[in-house]
Design a protein around this ligand. Structure first.
Ligand SMILES: [Fe+2]
Ligand SMILES: [Fe+2]
Length: 197
């Protein structure tokens, strides 16, 4: 079995040391990795809550099974980052209570607009996460091979979720560009905050 069959879109160079080359003012290696684990745990937590909000509204609808499947996968992502937080003694984000409420609210609100809007929410969030994980994988070196592999694996799942959203006619949502633009901006803000707070 080939050990490394992960997508290599942006990670063409083999980086030996995480975070190198480093410019003045850039984070040191440990701080960079801690920040990554903090924001990823926060993101997977938020993803779990978004799908829970969607399930509260659409759980018994025609896309209920699909949403439950994605929720299951987010639970596994979250478990992994929960374990990494503990293992590396990284402080979790202080904003978790906010993501608890905001994630659920976003999932439920879009679900109330209909199945397509819920899928548009998934597309928007997962596109941001896909970029986010690609950027992280690019910064990680051979000294963090296991973490890098985890992130690349999760990134592939998030891209699947985005594709599922597209297959479920997300783009036919009225006001799709505005809705997804807002959700993407919100998701990027959540990432920025969770890295720092
Ligand atoms: Fe995830
Ligand atoms: Fe996802």
């Amino acid at each position: 079995m080939s050990a490394r069959k992960t997508t290599q879109r942006k990670t063409t160079r083999r980086r030996e040391t995480t975070g190198e080359p480093r410019l003045p003012g850039d984070l040191g290696r440990d701080a960079l990795v801690a920040r990554m684990i903090r924001v990823d745990q926060a993101g997977e937590y938020g993803a779990r809550r978004i799908y829970e909000g969607q399930l509260a509204v659409l759980g018994n609808g025609p896309s209920g099974e699909t949403i439950r499947h994605m929720h299951e996968q987010e639970l596994r992502h979250l478990e992994t980052f929960d374990a990494l937080l503990a293992e590396r003694r990284v402080r979790p984000t202080a904003l978790q209570p906010l993501w608890h409420v905001a994630g659920f609210a976003l999932g439920a609100a879009t679900a109330l607009m209909g199945e397509r809007a819920a899928m548009a929410c998934t597309v928007a969030v997962e596109e941001v996460i896909d970029d986010h994980y690609a950027r992280q994988a690019e910064q990680l070196g051979g000294d963090e091979a296991a973490l890098k592999e985890t992130i690349e694996e999760f990134r592939a799942t998030e891209a699947e979720h985005r594709d599922i959203g597209l297959e479920h006619e997300a783009e036919l949502t009225p006001g799709y560009p505005v809705l997804t633009g807002l959700i993407k901006a919100g998701s990027r803000a959540a990432i920025w905050l969770s890295e720092r707070i």
